[in-house]
Write a protein that binds this ligand. Sequence first.
Ligand code: B12
Length: 319
Amino acid sequence: MLRRHSIADVERDTGISKDTLRVWERRYGFPDPARDEIGERWYTDEQLARLRHVRRLIDRGWRPNKVVPLDLNALMALLDQAPPPNSRPAGQVKARTEPEGEPHPDVARWMHWVHECDAASLRQAMESALLTDGLAHVLREVLPAMTRRVGNAWLNGEIAIHQEHLYTETTQAVLRQAIAKVRQSRMPQSPRVLLTTVPDEHHGLGLLTAEALLALDACDTVSLGLQMPLPDIVTAARDFEVQVVGLSFGGSQNPRDVKRAIQWLRERLGPEQILWVGGRLPRGVVDDAASEGQCALWVSTDADDMLHKVRAWRTATAH
Ligand code: B12
């Protein structure tokens, strides 16, 4: 069934602001949304798919006037090419591009089962990688590469949404089982960490990755799953007597909401607690939110940094 998307949906999905969408409509004649009876813009699936590709090309350094007018096939062909001539220097390229780097052999195998919609074989392949290479290796080397591949494959139309869901669900099931196996008693001087996401944050693999790495590092974690209302996070942090509240962000939230959530929590968690935010954070949001609030703020966007913070905490509380 064809779906229609409001301008706010398109902004949230692609990260292209409403103002920019309107300017492109005037300037390039695309996107050319239909209007409803009260004049609101409505975009089709096809327009949304085209805009996702435009966004990725702009992130790679293409200028809007070169890509906005192109059709989907032309955009896909450009995505397979090298960066454009005179592209912006690396520092100015938006952080959301997802180069895949050298293909990992497990990724090719796992993708095969995703294409085949074969959940049992995918799960078996993941379990066998865990046995052969260990959880830490899979978390650091294979899962990030596989997730990027799956994300790009979905974006390029190589796989359907149900195949992307098959990957996410299987990964979650395998990781949960692996976490249960490695969970060990908490090392003295380790923070107890409550893990969750804020309302409307549906991305859960980052949270699970963090939980698995903390379990490997003998930290005690309390995982409350996704989308906890903010006041309940504060209550749970008190009731579970945690030292750290870890939040994971998937990159699709409005930066204003992310900043507000961080500030709101920093004002209400205790001064002895730490708010730990990880995942994909809109640029600048954490800097803005960092100056306010009574509890400390940790930010981690990669796995090793997460463990350094735990070690620093252990050292600081060792006496
Ligand atoms: C799977 C997925 C989904 C699934 C999530 C299912 C689930 N149960 O998790 C579903 C289908 C629900 C989904 C929905 C959406 N998604 Co989505 N999704 C993805 C995908 C493919 C994988 C995300 C993921 O799990 N990554 C794996 C984790 C392990 O990696 P990570 O998040 O980077 O985390 C690492 C670190 O940051 C750290 N970390 C993470 N959390 C934490 C927390 C703490 C405390 C610490 C210390 C560390 C830490 O640990 C990890 C390992 O180092 C990505 C594409 C990609 N390549 O990642 C898009 C992606 C994240 N989604 C995106 C978007 C736009 C959306 C949607 C708006 C619409 C859409 N187009 O599908 C909705 C929004 C839903 C919502 N309101 O939250 C965009 C975000 C754009 C951006 N600005 O970055 C991405 C990047 C796709 C893209 N290329 O455009 N998505």
